[in-house]
Design a protein around this ligand. Structure first.
Ligand code: NAP
Length: 337
């Protein structure tokens, strides 16, 4: 493992992945839509940011060539059908072709818990359907390449399906804490939806382990699929209350949570979609929550890679109390924004 291309390396998970790779003295290339988005990564001697339109297949193919492995972390949370198709389905398809053309041996693709390549159409939201389809096109490419071309042309595919991630820069517990500092009550749609949050560091470690040794051995050479979850399950309401407790809103008592009926939750999400900038919540996000965000128990998890999933409470307490990372890449990143 000498040269790795990390698509989405400038993002929340990508920053952690890049940090771990450069510490191992791996040469990392990070394509980005704007070099400014990757300025937090510039301090690393082994890392090369590359301004690139990843949706331009010819440019992507040129960028992929010469790397030992590729990590794909590019995704969107909000958008219309066309946007989800472009980022979650068409891009993986182009990436698979680029890997085969460039002789890249290993691809680690980050999907999402609740996606399922075999049942894409039954997924409840555009996000999960497109994530599922993205997995499916990669699996077809990986298996097809192995069968139809020489063994040299195939690539080892690992699909990681993380639950919602917590960490100093998350847009999840931090957001709940921030909202409760300003709102008198917390109107909450899908308050009973269940989640099994996973620490971003555990996910980044899993990516690195998969790059080093592939996913886990599978006798039929099928792509490796892992579900990455933390040790504990929480309802959305419990997570909102925890964020207030840990960040000290109203001396830890937080705001009263008002569980919204379905119709009112959708109306709230519709109004948020109309707000300028990216919405805090969309109707498609609510659709995703129709499926519990917890491990199915049918697929290997972090333990199969030798990683013990970290509990949320002590880690979230650390960053929600301070709300400021004080050292490392994340601190530099936060200061630069
Ligand atoms: N965060 C979570 O809780 C969570 C939970 C489950 C699954 N996941 C999955 O984990 C992966 C990483 O998530 P993340 O939270 O790190 O994402 P993120 O912070 O939003 O980063 C994604 C990166 O993708 C690039 N990007 C975004 N939209 C793009 C577009 N339209 N075209 C090209 N590039 C685009 C951006 O890079 P530039 O701006 O540099 O171009 C961005 O840094 C994703 O696959 C996500 O679905 C995340």
């Amino acid at each position: 493992m000498e040269k790795i291309l990390v698509l989405g390396g400038s993002g929340f998970v990508g920053t952690h992945v890049c940090e771990k790779l450069v510490r191992k003295q791996v040469h990392v290339t990070v394509p980005t839509r704007r070099l400014a988005h990757a300025r937090n990564l510039l301090i690393y001697p082994f890392l090369t940011p590359l301004e690139l339109d990843v949706h331009d297949e010819a440019a992507l193919t040129r960028a992929v060539a010469g790397h030992d492995a590729v990590v794909n972390l590019i995704a969107i949370l909000h958008g219309d059908q066309a946007a989800f198709d472009k980022v979650h389905v068409a891009l993986p398809q182009k990436l698979a072709r680029a890997c085969i053309a460039g002789g890249v041996k290993r691809l680690v693709h980050i999907s999402a818990l609740g996606a399922d390549a075999l049942q894409a159409q039954s997924a409840p939201s555009m996000y999960l359907r497109s994530k599922s389809q993205g997995e499916a096109v990669l699996m077809q490419a990986a298996i097809g390449a192995g069968a139809g071309l020489t063994a040299r042309a195939g690539f080892d595919l690992t699909i990681l399906r993380p639950s919602v991630m917590f960490g100093a820069e998350d847009k999840f517990l931090n957001l709940f804490a921030r909202l409760q500092k300003h709102l008198p009550i917390m109107p909450l749609a899908n308050a009973d939806a269940r989640f099994q949050p996973v620490w971003v560091e555990d996910v980044a470690n899993a990516v690195v382990k998969c790059l080093e040794r592939g996913g886990i051995a599978s006798p039929d050479n099928a792509p490796h699929v892992l579900e990455l979850c933390g040790p504990d399950v929480f309802t959305l309401k419990e997570l909102v209350q925890l964020s207030a407790q840990l960040s000290g809103v109203r001396q830890g008592r937080g705001r009263p949570v008002m569980a919204l009926p379905r119709w009112l939750g959708r109306l709230q999400a519709r109004l948020m979609e109309l707000a300028p900038g990216g919405p805090l919540m969309s109707r498609d996000n609510l659709d995703s929550m129709q499926r519990d965000n917890v491990a199915s128990g049918k697929l290997p998890g972090l333990q199969s890679l030798g990683i013990t999933p970290s509990a949320l409470l002590p880690i979230a307490q650390d960053y929600l109390t301070q709300n400021q990372p004080t050292q490392g890449l994340l601190a530099i990143r936060q200061r630069s924004h």
